[in-house]
Design a protein around this ligand. Structure first.
Ligand SMILES: Cc1cc2nc3c(=O)[nH]c(=O)nc-3n(C[C@H](O)[C@H](O)[C@H](O)COP(=O)(O)OP(=O)(O)OC[C@H]3O[C@@H](n4cnc5c(N)ncnc54)[C@H](O)[C@@H]3O)c2cc1C
Length: 401
């Protein structure tokens, strides 16, 4: 095997390319990214970069020099239009074709867009790329009124950054809670309290009924009858897997590219990892994660398996978010059916919330308690048995290790 092509220019692509080299692969590694920027990290885009406390350059994951030192052929502005599985080539938007022996698809996901009255309006923003963050940041002026549509992680982080930047912020969410797909209801309530305490207005169970303005959104009327005047709108209603080239190439897809526990697609020469990959283990439902830690680890595992290892991958469930001065971290299953809940109070409004099934610790959320996460990980990996309420009462969690 001589030629490995990685499609995509995000964290997963970089993690895989670096891993191929650390594993000693000496053949050609080509990374094809449709973006014009060197690969960069996305989490700071809704936090420090948006607030202006970090510049966009600081997010770079692989620059020209680092790529050269690692012998990675990094090609920017190269969109892969098609995968020809019979000829073992990828076809680029430039018209060129490149042959591969093994292929990794790490095309990530893109922001889901709102159509209807929001489409094409000059002050409606999405946040996925550096260019999005820079456009948005230019509008983040103290006193302006921001409307966040969707109380998912991105919408909430942008609202928090807006408040920190001296703006007014309102979040409108259809569901009855924040981050409905990933946070248990009680933690959603605690997070809503933090937002309200910082002056963000949150409307749950609410839809937007009418939109006022011609080229720009100037006002919205909500299903509760309230009318809001707005200067800018950020839409954070989820992400869609960039799986079209895989689907068109006849690979098995369905909300992402279906891979097995070795990150192999339905074609044994083609692997997928990161936001675009939906991993099926056994007969279970495919799981697609949209998180930094999973993109990094899954792509590294895919790279090793591309090289012929048979290393089953277990999804990395660790996730974090920063909003105002609050850091939230979560790991494992935090809404297990029939599970037990133990909540350890920390300083102020902080807490660490453990989930157990029987005596098995299966998940935890550290809400304003980032230092607990390192201990939680160790407790989980050593198989800590939850036989009493020590997780709540122990004066020092480390003593349980
Ligand atoms: C604003 C923001 C904040 C976030 N904050 C957090 C956080 O706090 N914590 C956390 O855990 N996660 C966070 N995430 C999620 C995390 O950043 C993603 O899970 C991670 O970036 C996924 O990496 P990826 O490489 O799989 O995909 P992506 O980062 O989406 O990269 C895919 C790349 O492939 C390119 N591409 C797509 N199609 C083609 C093609 N046909 N040809 C060539 N190139 C193509 C894309 O342009 C893109 O550059 C955040 C994401 C965003 C957008």
């Amino acid at each position: 095997m001589e030629r490995i092509i990685i499609i995509g220019g995000g964290l997963a692509a970089v993690s895989a390319a670096k891993t191929l080299r650390t594993e000693g692969f000496e053949g050609t590694v080509t990374v094809l990214s449709e973006e014009g920027q060197f690969p960069y990290d996305r989490p700071p885009l809704s936090k420090a970069v948006l607030q202006g406390t970090a510049d966009a350059q600081s997010t770079c994951l692989l620059n020209a020099e680092a790529a050269q030192n690692l012998g990675i052929d990094l090609q920017l502005n190269q969109r892969v239009e098609a995968i020809d599985r019979d000829a073992h080539v990828v076809r680029l938007s430039s018209g060129a074709s490149l042959p591969y022996d093994r292929l990794l698809i790490a095309t990530g996901s893109r922001a889901r867009m709102l159509d209807g009255p929001f489409a094409g309006k000059a002050n409606v923003f999405y946040l996925r790329t550096i260019a999005d963050a820079e456009r948005l940041r230019a509008q983040m002026v103290p006193g302006k009124r921001l409307l966040s549509i969707g109380a998912g992680w991105i919408g909430l982080e942008v609202a928090a950054t807006a408040r920190k930047s001296g703006m007014e912020a309102v979040v409108v969410e259809l569901a009855d809670r924040l981050c409905a797909r990933s946070l248990p209801k009680d933690v959603g309530v605690a997070l809503a309290d933090v937002h309200r305490g910082n002056g963000t207005v949150i409307h749950l169970n609410t839809s937007i009924v009418t939109v006022g303005g011609d080229d720009r959104v100037e006002s919205v009327t909500l299903s509760n009858g309230e009318t809001l005047l707005v200067d800018m709108v950020v839409v954070g209603i989820g992400a869609i897997a960039n799986d079209a080239i895989a689907r068109e190439a006849g690979l098995e897809t369905g909300n992402g590219i279906i891979v097995d526990e070795f990150l192999r697609t339905s074609d044994p020469l083609i692997f997928a990892a990161g936001d675009v990959a939906a991993m099926r283990v056994g007969g279970g439902q495919p799981t697609r994660m949209e998180s930094w830690a999973n993109a990094q680890d899954q792509a590294a595992a895919a790279a090793r398996n591309l090289l012929g290892k048979r290393e089953p991958y277990a999804i990395n469930t660790w996730f974090w978010s920063d909003q105002y001065d609050l850091n939230i971290q979560m790991i494992g299953d935090n809404q297990p059916a029939g599970g037990t809940l133990l909540v350890r109070k920390g300083e102020g409004k902080s807490f660490t919330r453990f989930s157990a099934i029987g005596d098995r610790l299966v998940g935890a959320i550290c809400f304003g308690a980032p230092r607990d996460m390192a201990i939680v990980r160790r407790l989980m990996s050593k198989g800590y048995a939850v036989t009493d309420d020590s997780l709540i009462t122990a004066p020092d969690l480390r003593k349980l290790l």
